[in-house]
Ligand binder design. Structure first.
Ligand SMILES: [Zn+2]
Length: 299
């Protein structure tokens, strides 16, 4: 739990982390503070925009839509890695989400992933007051690539926020880990992203991966203990997992006429619940039937 950084403080943190920042208009005071709380903050959330073209994307995340007014995030991380700051304060990015996830992020108590969310936009708790939000320019179709410069900027931005607050990498989540009706950022493995943020946080803010850092000499390599997956295996498993999550992803139109994407797991969870409910109903019917047979036998 922490008070949100000031606009000046976030700029300092981002630039110290080697991020190229563009300030868009009156971003320091462009927010939704009149509509609700901003802070205390507990984490930072990564999204994809479902747009293409940087200037168009900056306009959308700054101004929003008639049904969803902007700003839609704090900063937009473009394909080339430039971060366009469009708002500061409460912004319309996280919507409703799972209170268990909020607890786990606040305590940084989860393993490689928080518990899959079972609450979303309509029935969850307010995330716009509790998370910094970063929209990343990507079509979200599972095909649009994530260029290296953009991914590197995503890692640096998350590390900058964590470093400024003294948080670990488990304070960073994807929108799909927060809300049961979201799939973003599609194509990015959040456990891998957190591992990369954690690695950055071991080094000074100006660290460039690959460059030698004499102040922090590497420890001698040690053999991994048995049954511990290597970093490569873990990356592969994480990539497979995020692919599996999006397989069978279906689009529905919700009550407000908004397009909502559900991952396959969302449906599986509902089917499981329906099956359990049916089992309970069946047991009740059986009980009544037994009673009825007993009554008939007596008469
Ligand atoms: Zn999102």
């Amino acid at each position: 739990m922490a008070q949100p950084l000031s606009a000046a403080a976030v700029l300092t943190a981002l630039r110290a982390e080697g991020v190229k920042v563009v300030e868009v208009g009156n971003w320091r005071t462009h927010n939704r503070n009149a509509k609700g709380a901003w802070g205390p903050v507990n984490g930072s959330m990564v999204h994809h925009t479902v747009t293409s073209g940087t200037s168009k994307t900056v306009g959308i995340v700054r101004d929003g839509y008639s049904s969803l007014p902007g700003p839609l995030c704090h900063g937009m991380i473009a394909k080339d890695g430039t971060v366009h700051m469009v708002g500061w304060g409460r912004t319309n990015h996280a919507g409703g989400g799972d209170p268990r996830v909020l607890e786990q992020v606040t305590a940084e108590s989860f393993g490689s992933r928080p518990t899959p969310p079972t609450k979303g936009n309509t029935n969850g708790v307010d995330g716009n007051s509790r998370f910094y939000g970063w929209e990343c320019e990507n079509l979200g179709d599972g095909k649009d690539p994530w260029p290296g410069a953009q991914y590197d900027a995503i890692v640096r931005v998350q590390a900058a926020i964590c470093r400024a607050h003294g948080w670990g990498a488990r304070s960073v989540i994807g929108h799909l880990e927060w809300s049961s009706d979201k799939i973003d950022p599609r194509g990015i493995s959040m456990p891998t992203l957190r591992a990369d943020v954690a690695e950055r946080l071991k080094h000074p803010a100006n660290w460039s991966p690959g460059a030698s850092t004499p102040s922090t000499p590497k420890p001698p390599p040690t053999a991994p203990p048995k049954e511990t997956p290597t970093a490569t295996t873990e990356k592969q498993i994480n990539a497979l997992h995020s692919n599996l999550l999006t397989i069978g992803s279906l689009t529905e139109i919700d009550g407000k006429g908004e397009r909502v994407n559900h991952a396959a797991g969302y449906y599986l969870a509902h089917i499981e619940k329906d099956t359990t409910d049916l089992g309970v109903q069946l047991a009740r019917i059986e009980k009544k039937l037994d009673a009825l047979i007993a009554t008939l036998a007596k008469s």
